[in-house]
Design a protein around this ligand. Structure first.
Ligand code: GLV
Length: 327
């Protein structure tokens, strides 16, 4: 097929550089903001396209894939790909790509930023000032948790978990982690990180619990009532992975009852919905899923996803496309 005959759907506006790159290769259609957050519209449209560049909010279900008569590749504009039924795609011979590595540093910075903001009560203190309540320096105002010497427990020690650990170590924190398997010894040594095989044991020990794991059947609602009950009552929770790793109902209750001291959440189970009890919970930072949101990173994400699309449509072998998800 001549390249101009390829049709590529980008489900919503992304950096122009990526769109232009793909336009050199085929006919590109860009959906409007939020256009493909439901299955129905994708099911209607997908049969026209050879490649789909979708968002983490695009549900690429088995039904969608079944309607993709011409579809060769789904490239996610994200590192997490729980929105895509990868198994069904592979069974239908459709390739799937994600965007690892390019967002690691932005996410590491962001997790550290959330922890600092949460532990030092930036949000409440700023609101206090804006409300005209700041009447002069207060020796007992807004006392928070100092990070040096505290223990950060990371669930999911992949690239992003390591990037956060690296920054937290520079702030003097002790690092413990849980992962399916321990990371390489040299990485553990570099981060001074200790592997804990039982995530409940980790939750018991840490002052800050950070979720950096993918959403899978095993991690769904991993942070539940039981886990929250064994955490220290001064502990803070940071989540930049996926909302459904937490049972939000249980978390809201733990926060309201002060069973833990606070949470910084960048992700929610049913985005864009936020559990109403989280909205009213004390010491809780709620952000609209922006961990990778820097100009540089979002451009790099687009480029990596687009390169996988071009490579697949050009018929390159899988081993030459590093960000394809393997079977
Ligand atoms: C963002 O959440 C991503 O998975 O890239």
């Amino acid at each position: 097929m001549s390249t101009s005959a390829y049709k590529i759907l980008i489900t919503e506006p992304i950096p122009q550089k990526t769109i232009s790159f793909l336009e050199d290769f085929g006919k590109v259609v860009v959906g409007e903001k939020g256009a493909y957050q439901s299955e129905d519209r994708l099911i209607e449209d997908i049969s026209q396209y050879h490649a789909l560049l979708c968002m983490l909010s695009t549900p690429v279900t088995e039904q969608v894939l079944k309607h993709g008569d011409n579809l060769e590749i789904v490239a996610n504009f994200a590192v997490g790909y729980d929105n895509i039924n990868v198994e069904a795609a592979h069974e239908m011979g459709i390739k799937v790509a994600n965007t690892p590595d390019v967002l690691t540093e932005a996410c590491g910075d962001y997790a550290m930023g959330l922890l600092l903001a949460l532990s030092r009560k930036f949000k409440e203190a700023e609101q206090y000032l804006r409300d005209g309540k700041f009447k002069g320096w207060e020796p007992l105002g807004f006392l928070g948790m100092e990070l040096r010497g505290r223990t950060l427990g990371i669930i999911g020690m992949g690239r992003i978990g390591q990037a956060f650990a690296n920054r937290a170590k520079a702030f003097g924190m002790n690092i413990i982690y849980h992962n399916r398997t321990p990371v390489d010894r040299d990485i553990e040594q570099q981060l001074d990180a200790t592997y804990i095989s039982d995530h409940k044991e980790l939750a018991k020990k840490c002052d800050v619990l950070s979720l950096n794991c993918p959403l899978t059947d095993e991690t769904h609602h991993l942070v539940d009532q039981e886990l929250l009950a064994i955490m220290k009552d001064h502990a803070l929770l940071v989540n930049i992975s996926r909302g459904a790793v937490i049972d939000e109902e249980a978390l809201a209750e733990a926060l309201h009852q002060k069973a833990i001291a606070g949470a910084a959440l960048d992700v929610f189970e049913e985005e864009p919905k936020v559990h109403p009890e989280l909205l009213s919970a004390p010491n809780t930072l709620l952000l609209p899923h922006i961990a990778s949101a820097t100009h540089k990173t979002r451009e790099a994400i687009g480029q990596l996803a687009a390169e996988a699309i071009v490579a697949v449509l050009q018929g390159k072998p899988n081993h030459e496309i590093p960000n394809l998800i393997s079977r």
